[in-house]
Write a protein that binds this ligand. Structure first.
Ligand code: NAD
Length: 488
């Protein structure tokens, strides 16, 4: 599969390029900094015509039975399965992750497709008694309309699948705004939908910068629903825009996830999960373990093994490597600047903290996996999401301090605890202020059949995916039917 030199939009079932010189955005390969292709960006007026297409096709799609929509999505998932190497290759080129990791991501996206397709034969509402005699009460789901889906770059095909499958199953038509860092993945997905028989115009993809194209999309008054996954900063802005017309909105945002290491846990296992939580996908996970909170009794022993294992990690984009580059040069510079400032503020760098520039990595956006120590709990390093392979160690005396520190965060996405003590486990489950708790495992964890989402500044409270996603992508209607038994 050859990556296209010109990356199109996908409008009404076909590739669309805009010829203006000013609309071309360069996409680089993060592994070596070479040119992958040029993205053809859309403008405000052209977006309006895409919304017109999606609105026109809404009638057809929303009148197609949900069972039939599910069948078409099942065929889509089957096509993805047949072509999984193709999409994994695109994901690998766009992100710099290994083929092994890209395939795992693709598997998750396919599984999500099958799971959501199956919901077409359930799509349950409820029936209920009524206080009034001879009256029947029930609920059913209805489509919302034109859905604007805005996705980040970090797990491109999973991000697209997570939103598109439930949005389409529920009968909405879609205008998806691609990330400029992973622009071809959703185009590939659009082509697969077409091959599976989804009519044209129901799923559209537009390209461009967030502050121009994303901005025009969220301001368009004919958009009925906005689903955004990305940074908290952008999410807050979108919420303000959406508030003006009270459009339905789901925000899945950032995290600053704590992993607690208690004094009674299996230290080697805790190190292993901390490494994966902090550094897999080069730390570019909303659920990355960026705060490792360790009981003082085992702090030194944990720290020693954690540093040693981190320094043994293999960096690169091949299947034998543990983590790849960050997504682009800007992200890399941003992290280097943050680390420089942290060092000036007296924060210790236990390992890493620099760009890897040896011959093999030249041109690529590689940051050495970095462990920090001595950051104050309220400092910028401890409270801001960095979205790279950087984590910080914190020492606590006991469980209560660990729980307080876990909750002392503007975010509330995920948290993990490592312990053999059932009482600690249960108290942590009850009181950690997060949407996902993991016991003796990593901070991350998002399975297609389970709801994922966070509290506080990690989101607006909706959950994607799981059946819970259907609550966001459809509108509930309550129905009362009264009859008269004397008139039978
Ligand atoms: P980002 O906020 O920079 O961009 C996300 C998307 O929003 C991109 O498509 C971008 O073009 C678009 N965008 C930017 N400005 C916009 C605007 N003004 N109006 C409309 N759209 C706009 O995020 P990113 O750097 O691509 O992704 C990283 C972030 O995503 C991290 O904060 C991470 O935690 C978060 N994330 C969250 C989850 C979750 O489920 N909670 C999952 C993955 C990633």
């Amino acid at each position: 599969m050859i990556y296209p030199k010109k990356i199109p939009n996908w409008i009404d079932g076909r590739e669309v390029f805009f010829k203006r010189k000013s609309s071309q955005i360069l996409k680089k390969n993060p592994t070596d900094g070479t040119e992958l292709g040029y993205i053809s960006s859309i403008n405000k007026e052209e977006i309006d015509s895409v919304i017109t297409v999606a609105l026109k096709k809404f009638k057809i799609w929303s009148n197609t039975s949900v069972v039939s929509r599910g069948e078409l999505l099942k065929k889509t998932a089957m096509q993805m399965l047949l072509k999984k190497n193709e999409i994994a290759h695109i994901v690998r080129l766009e992100t710099g992750k290994s083929m092994h990791d890209a395939l795992l991501e693709v598997d998750g996206a396919i599984e999500l497709g099958f799971f959501i397709a199956g919901e077409g034969r359930r799509f349950y509402g409820k029936t209920a008694p009524s206080a009034m005699p001879n009256r029947f009460a029930m609920t059913l789901r209805q489509p919302a309309g034109v859905a604007a889906l805005i996705v980040p770059f970090n797990t491109p095909i999973a991000n697209v699948a997570w939103k598109s499958f439930p949005a389409l199953l529920c009968g909405n038509t879609v205008v998806l705004k691609a990330s400029k860092d992973t622009p071809y993945t959703p185009i590939w997905f659009a082509k697969i939908l077409k091959e599976a028989g989804v009519p044209s115009g129901i799923f559209n993809v537009i390209q461009g910068l967030g502050e121009e194209v994303g901005e025009a999309l969220i301001h368009n008054r004919r958009v009925d629903l906005i689903s955004f996954t990305g940074s908290t900063e952008t999410g807050k802005h979108i919420q303000k825009v959406a508030a003006d017309r009270l459009v339905k909105i789901s925000l899945e945002l950032g995290g600053k996830n704590a992993l607690v290491v208690c004094d009674d846990c299996d230290i080697n296992a805790a190190v292993e999960w901390s490494i994966l939580s902090a550094f897999s996908n080069a730390g570019q996970r909303c659920a990355a373990g960026s705060r490792i909170i360790v009981f003082e009794k085992v702090y030194e022993v944990f720290k020693k093994i954690f540093i040693k294992k981190t320094e043994e990690l293999k960096i690169g984009s091949s299947d034998t490597d543990d983590l790849g580059p960050v997504i682009n040069g800007n992200q890399l510079s941003k992290m280097i600047n943050i680390l420089t400032k942290a060092k000036n503020d007296g924060i210790s760098v236990l390992t890493g903290g620099f760009r890897i520039q040896d011959k093999k990595y030249r041109g690529g956006f590689f940051l050495a996996p970095t462990i920090l120590e001595n950051a104050l709990p309220d400092s910028e390093i401890s409270t801001c999401e960095l979205f790279g392979p950087i984590t910080s160690l914190y020492k606590v005396k006991n469980f209560n301090q660990a729980l307080d520190m876990t909750n002392n965060s503007p975010f509330g996405l995920t948290a993990a605890i490592h312990t053999k003590n059932i009482n600690r486990v249960q108290e942590f489950i009850n009181h950690a202020e997060v949407g996902v708790v993991s016991v003796n495992g990593p901070t991350y964890g998002s399975e297609p059949h389970m709801p994922f989402g966070g509290l506080k500044q990690s989101g607006t409270g909706w959950r994607e995916p799981g059946v819970e996603a259907l609550n966001f992508y459809s509108q509930w209607k309550t129905i009362y039917v009264k009859h008269n038994p004397k008139e039978v």
